[in-house]
Design a protein around this ligand. Structure first.
Ligand code: SF4
Length: 228
């Protein structure tokens, strides 16, 4: 398992928890707005699992949650064992995923190894490769993961990073249809940076984000703009 990073404390990543975030390297998508693009092809392994577990053991009095983020964590075969060890320390676990491995997601939920899932939905499935890079084509898997979470077996959120130059009004409406009857969607505004592969993309204005929220409101129970 490739553990690329550790954020020792966060109040933002896990709702209602003081958490640490662990970043696992490698991903099967290549989103044009990815903030960690340079780490996708050759991710660095900066920590051993036992180092992370020792850190979490020491921090039990301060932290009450652990976020597992990426890259794409569900690509790692050692993930269930790692989560089980974190659970034994008494932590609640939030998993960030792009939804490309629904069987893994389902198994983790059934084994009660995750308590909360945040799943990226990049855009409407009909043109998914436009939103997540050319090679990823398994939209059926993403659809399966969406429906798994919509069945409300576990608290979850969907989240979509929106970028001007990539997402149109029609895309947002199609996204609403795809996520109809979902509990929660967070819209995340694209942030330009040197590591992002598509340098033509731009952020939306607050007014444009508010218009998207209005468009999505009839489909989804709670639509939030991240940071609002
Ligand atoms: S799924 Fe996430 S980590 Fe993977 S390329 Fe897209 S934004 Fe980057």
């Amino acid at each position: 398992m490739i553990i690329s990073g550790l954020q020792k404390t966060t109040l933002l990543d896990y709702p209602n928890r003081v958490a640490a975030t662990i970043f696992l390297g490698g991903c099967n998508m290549r989103c044009p707005f990815c903030q960690n693009y340079s780490l996708l092809e050759h991710p660095c392994c900066n920590f051993k699992p036992e180092e992370i577990l020792a850190f979490l053991e020491k921090r039990k009095e301060i932290l009450d949650g652990v976020c597992i983020s990426g890259g794409e964590p569900t690509l790692h075969q050692e993930l269930p064992e790692f989560l089980s060890q974190i659970k034994h320390l008494g932590y609640d676990i939030k998993l960030d995923s792009n939804g490309s491995k629904p069987q893994v997601l389902q198994s983790l939920i059934e084994q009660r190894l995750v308590d909360y899932v945040a799943m990226d939905v990049k855009g409407p499935l009909t043109s998914y490769s436009r939103f997540c890079g050319g090679d990823f084509a398994d939209t059926e898997a993403v659809f399966h993961s969406i429906n798994l979470l919509k069945s409300n077996r576990i608290p979850y959120e969907f989240r979509t990073t929106v970028a001007k130059g990539l997402h149109s009004r029609e895309d947002i409406l199609a996204l609403g249809n795809l996520l109809e009857h979902s509990q929660t969607l967070y819209l995340q505004n694209f942030i330009p940076s040197n590591d992002v592969p598509d340098k033509t993309l731009q952020s939306f204005t607050l007014e444009e984000l508010a218009q998207m929220k209005e468009l999505l409101h009839p489909f989804i129970f709670h639509v939030h703009i991240r940071g609002e």
